[in-house]
Design a protein around this ligand. Structure first.
Ligand SMILES: Nc1ncnc2c1ncn2[C@@H]1O[C@H](COP(=O)(O)OP(=O)(O)OP(=O)(O)O)[C@@H](O)[C@H]1O
Ligand SMILES: O=P(O)(O)OC[C@@]1(O)O[C@H](CO)[C@@H](O)[C@@H]1O
Length: 314
């Protein structure tokens, strides 16, 4: 089950060579139901994993989300709230090969809606093995929300994955009970720890510290460069193959989905790194959260370079 308190309708605008502060021509636009946990659920569903998605969804523009869930076979357990889910503006410049995100804060959450969501989370059947807590917290939700839910979910015996940022990440990383899987990008990790991570050795040390404190797998993604994956016994760096990028939005979500499916399949770290990186690289070749066909993913996975990150000293 994935949890998204702050979903977004992503409006991707293709604007080659666009300039800040100027009048720019755009070549095309596409709207996709998104938000981190929505994307993770969509990718897992494409892979064939049974998945439910919950969170808070604005009643006024729920239709594109409902269509996505229906099309992919994701079980829709979102709590409907008054108002419209935020729009996320993603400006893609194919000439520079970059993506610019403008993310709005989202709907202010009432105590009632939050209580409804927490009741949904608490009443999941035992068969829900993995719970992925994904994305920013909307206004009205305390930064300690994830930290508290992680402890409750782990007490229930769930495997908990966390992909968030800012104060919510800082609170979750300083709590007594850490999620089993943590996937920050390097900037999110630096901000949460409150200091820069300038060398690979520093990133590895930071990840190992989280492992020592109770995480089982820490994946620090670093965009085009790849990702460092660390467990108690191993650390590898996974470099993606070169692909034709449509939009990098959701690359991290695809990685989370890949790591979850690898966990469910009991893959070793190298195979998990290959699968997760193939999901990320494959998903950025299309707009929205979609996986390419299995044969393309297998080809991508075979091209991922996985190297030991450092000698296995603690
Ligand atoms: N340009 C790229 N080419 C190939 N692979 C990429 C590229 N950008 C990202 N990736 C892959 O996706 C993974 C996750 O990317 P990134 O670190 O940007 O995640 P993120 O910041 O969490 O993304 P988002 O928040 O948009 O989901 C990387 O580790 C890498 O394997
Ligand atoms: O505000 P958050 O939750 O940090 O990020 C939201 C968001 O950028 O994340 C997804 C990509 O990862 C997009 O679908 C969505 O717009």
């Amino acid at each position: 089950m994935t949890v998204t308190l702050n979903p977004a309708l992503d409006l991707t605008v293709q604007a080659g060579g666009w300039q800040r502060g100027e009048v720019n021509a755009a070549q095309g636009a596409q709207q996709d139901a998104g938000g981190k946990g929505v994307n993770v659920a969509a990718i897992l569903a494409d892979w064939g994993a049974p998945v439910a998605a919950t969170g808070l969804l604005g009643r006024d523009n729920a239709a594109p989300f409902e269509t996505l869930f229906r099309d992919k076979g994701v079980s829709d357990e979102f709590v409907r709230v008054p108002g419209a889910t935020r729009v996320g503006l993603k400006i893609v410049d194919p000439t520079r090969g970059d993506t610019t995100d403008l993310n709005l804060p989202g709907l202010t959450v009432s105590a009632r809606a939050l209580a409804h969501l927490q009741a949904t989370l608490r009443s999941q059947p035992a068969g829900v093995e993995v719970v992925a807590l994904c994305g920013s917290l909307p206004p009205g939700v305390h930064a300690s929300f994830y930290a508290e839910e992680v402890a409750r979910l782990r007490e229930q015996g769930r495997f908990v994955a966390l992909d968030t940022s800012g104060e919510a990440l800082r609170a979750a990383l300083t709590a007594d009970t850490l999620p089993q899987l943590i996937k920050p990008n390097i900037h999110e990790l630096e901000t949460a720890l409150g200091h820069p991570l300038t060398t690979d050795a520093e990133v590895l040390a930071a990840a190992r510290d989280l492992i020592r404190r109770g995480a089982e797998l820490v994946a620090v993604s670093q965009g085009e460069r790849g990702a460092l994956l660390v467990t108690a016994r191993e650390a590898v760096f996974a470099r993606p193959p070169r692909v034709t990028v449509q939009s990098t939005v959701g690359a991290g979500d695809a990685m989370v989905a890949g790591l979850i499916s690898a966990h469910l399949d009991g893959l070793n770290l190298e195979s998990a790194a290959r699968r997760a990186t193939s999901f990320s690289a494959g998903s950025i070749t299309r707009l929205g959260a979609h996986l390419p066909p299995r044969a393309d993913l297998d080809a991508l996975a075979a091209q991922v370079q996985v190297e030991p990150a450092q000698p296995l000293t603690a």
